[in-house]
Design a protein. Structure first.
Length: 671
């Protein structure tokens, strides 16, 4: 057997060459464009930048336009951080030109070893990936890493003039759209000047005729650089025609306090969760591994502003991961020391909620996501920041237990809010696929409109039975509660979510809680708390009011919450019957209303469940004869919240202190 047959089967018969049909011509092939070596373009110099600016600066919008300024000032900042410059000047002209000047070493102007016929100054501005920051010889840390920053600015400017004062000689070179217009020229001797001056104008062919720099934005960007490095002075100026109330014609920025000064200005006027700012630094600014931070917790929106080698990273990155890890671990460790079990539900988002944070890190040869450097990707940045903040945060918390406790309680509250919102979303999703589910113990009224409808929340099944008999079925609903409601002021969100009594109340009322409260979904016009007229009843009413104050404050603001006033005594003499709210009221009635002859019968109700439903209707539920107390929050909301936290919160020492302070005011104690 042949090898071919063994492997592939029988060999086909040979076909004459002239019998092989030619490929059938396609109808599309005749119209297809040619494709040859001549169609392959080779873009030289800076032409790739002009063809695809989005690859280098993210686009051609306002953000990309201002990115040009960032690239130029970052070079000057690198000189300052390296210790070779202490002053940077920025000027915005009415003609749209920006000028950035530093007193650093100045870009080298001599011929480059690799290009013996061209100046190094020209190479830096016209060749992509040409620069002095690829290793740590010239700069230990720097913001410009790819060697494309200033050359990209040159490519996208219709004019750029660069002057270098070096070795007491002033040199100048002029470019237009990335090409040399005037070669390096020695202007002459200068005795008291050194450094680099770059003046450029964005090309309208790239950014459009109407594109222009925002003085406000450039002003803020300039000031931010001064905060990031206390060893440099930034001088801002603009033409008088550009000056506004927010942007002066001239300003000098120098902040030895660094990011702490920045944070003080940033949160000025905001309400703080804790008074102090957590700030500090580790290492010398500009050296590898140096970190500086300033963090404040406020009730405002907040946000994290991070930088790597003074370059803003608005999309965060690995250094922000280190910040999140250090703060979360530190707060959980403090909670463990103080035996606060509520911290087990904390996440980094809870700790950073409404947190204003400034973070600056310096690392050698950092890796960014994209040329625009919006996000840091260097893995070691997480470890550097975490190590720098870990001990410092622990010491900061331990140094001030009061503010540490406030911060911990606040973070736990944020976590509970997060869990509550998640739970409510789950309920919303469930409600979308099924009919409204009401608590099984709820005896609802027959009318569907909220206006005029009333919900009586009563204490116990026995009282609930009496209330159901005494009510008006058309407009009055009854929800009996078994046992005491959870004290929400000292409970975690998990406990709230697992409490059947609380879930029954929320479902019966129907309007949602906290920031998900919806007035239009409220099922009743009046929510009436009806408990026994004794100490236990008052305690349950206090717990219920605390629940509505914390979870549905807008329901109270809307005037929907009431207290029923059931009597404690029934007093009868002959055909005369009156009801007394308490012992004092009974004594008053006995002295004023029952002075005649005849036996006086006094009946003390053991509770609502022991009261005949006819008496309950007459005294407590019938609108024509009952008395209701409307629950309101006094004008000083903060004082009310403090009192509720003090008396109902999870710190017994606060209640003990209150009892000590007010014991002298007790005149009658019924034991």
């Amino acid at each position: 057997m042949s090898e071919d047959n063994d492997l592939f089967g029988a060999r086909p018969e040979a076909v004459p060459v002239d019998a092989v049909p030619e490929p059938r011509a396609s109808s599309k092939s005749a119209a297809a464009p040619s494709y040859s070596a001549a169609d392959i373009e080779i873009l030289e110099g800076l032409e790739p930048v002009r063809r695809r600016p989005g690859m280098y600066i993210g686009g051609t919008d306002s953000n990309a336009l201002h990115h040009l300024f960032a690239e130029v000032i970052d070079n000057s900042m690198d000189e300052a951080i390296a210790g070779h410059a202490n002053r940077i000047e920025v000027h915005l002209g009415a003609d749209g030109y920006i000028t950035v000047t530093d007193n650093g070493r100045g870009i080298p102007v001599e011929k480059h070893p690799k290009f013996p016929n061209r100046s190094t100054l020209e190479i830096v501005h016209t060749v992509l990936h040409a620069g002095g920051k690829f290793d740590s010889k010239a700069y230990e840390t720097s913001g410009g890493l790819h060697g494309v920053g200033v050359s990209v600015v040159n490519a996208l400017s219709d004019e750029m003039v660069v002057e270098v004062a070096r070795d007491q000689q002033l040199h100048r070179i002029i470019f237009s759209r990335g090409k040399v217009v005037e070669d390096v020229t020695n202007i002459g001797r200068v005795n008291n000047r050194r450094g680099t001056t770059t003046r450029f104008h964005p090309d309208p062919q790239i950014f459009g005729d109407t594109a222009h720099f925002s003085p406000e934005r450039l002003f803020r960007m300039t000031r931010a650089k001064a905060y990031l490095f206390g060893g440099v002075e930034l001088r801002w100026s603009c033409d008088e025609s550009l000056a506004t109330s927010d942007v002066p014609a001239k300003a000098v920025f120098h902040y030895p306090g660094g990011l702490r000064d920045f944070m003080e200005a940033r949160i000025e006027g905001e309400t703080r969760v804790v008074d102090d700012i957590f700030s500090g630094s580790l290492g010398k600014a500009g050296s590898h591994g140096a970190v500086e931070w300033a963090i404040a917790w406020t009730v405002g929106d907040g946000g994290v502003s991070s930088y790597c080698n003074t370059v803003p990273t608005p999309d965060g990155g690995t250094h922000e991961s280190g910040l999140r890890t250090a703060l979360l671990r530190g707060l959980k460790n403090y909670a463990e020391l103080t035996k606060n079990k509520g911290a087990s539900i904390l996440t980094a988002e809870d700790v950073l909620a409404h947190c204003s944070a400034m973070l600056s890190v310096f690392i050698r040869e950092p890796e960014f996501v994209g040329q625009t450097k919006d996000k840091l990707a260097s893995g070691e940045a997480t470890r550097i920041v975490d190590n720098a903040l870990r001990d410092a945060f622990d010491h900061w918390l331990a140094a001030s237990p009061n503010q540490a406790g406030k911060l911990l309680d606040w973070a736990i509250e944020r976590a509970e809010d997060r869990l509550r919102r998640r739970k409510e979303k789950e309920i919303d999703r469930q409600s979308a696929t099924r009919k409204l589910r009401l608590p099984g113990k709820l005896a609802d009224c027959t009318q569907t409109a909220a206006q005029g409808a009333e919900l009586f929340i009563v204490e116990g099944d026995s009282a609930g039975g009496s209330a159901k008999q005494a009510r008006s079925r058309a407009s009055q609903a009854v929800l009996p509660l078994r046992g005491k409601i959870l004290n929400v002021a000292g409970a975690s969100r998990d406990k709230l979510a697992s409490s059947q009594i609380i879930q029954d109340i929320i479902q019966a009322v129907g309007c949602g809680t906290r920031d998900r409260y919806r007035e239009e979904d409220l099922r009743y016009d009046k929510i009436i708390l009806m408990t026994d007229a004794d100490v236990d009843g008052a305690h349950i009413a206090s717990l219920l009011m605390t629940f509505f104050f914390q979870e549905m404050p807008k329901l109270i603001d809307g005037g929907h919450l009431y207290l029923a006033m059931p009597p404690l005594y029934r007093i009868t003499q002959g055909a005369k019957t009156l009801y007394a709210r308490d012992d004092a009221h009974k004594a008053e009635l006995m002295a004023t209303e029952f002075t005649g002859k005849g036996k006086v019968d006094v009946t003390r109700f053991k509770g609502l469940g022991e009261m005949p439903f006819a008496h309950l209707r007459e005294t407590t539920m019938a609108p024509a004869s009952r008395t209701l107390l409307q629950v309101k929050v006094r004008d000083d909301l903060d004082a009310t919240r403090t009192t509720v936290d003090r008396l109902m919160g999870n710190k017994p020492e606060s209640r003990f202190e209150f009892i000590q302070q007010n014991a002298a005011f007790v005149t009658d104690l019924d034991i």
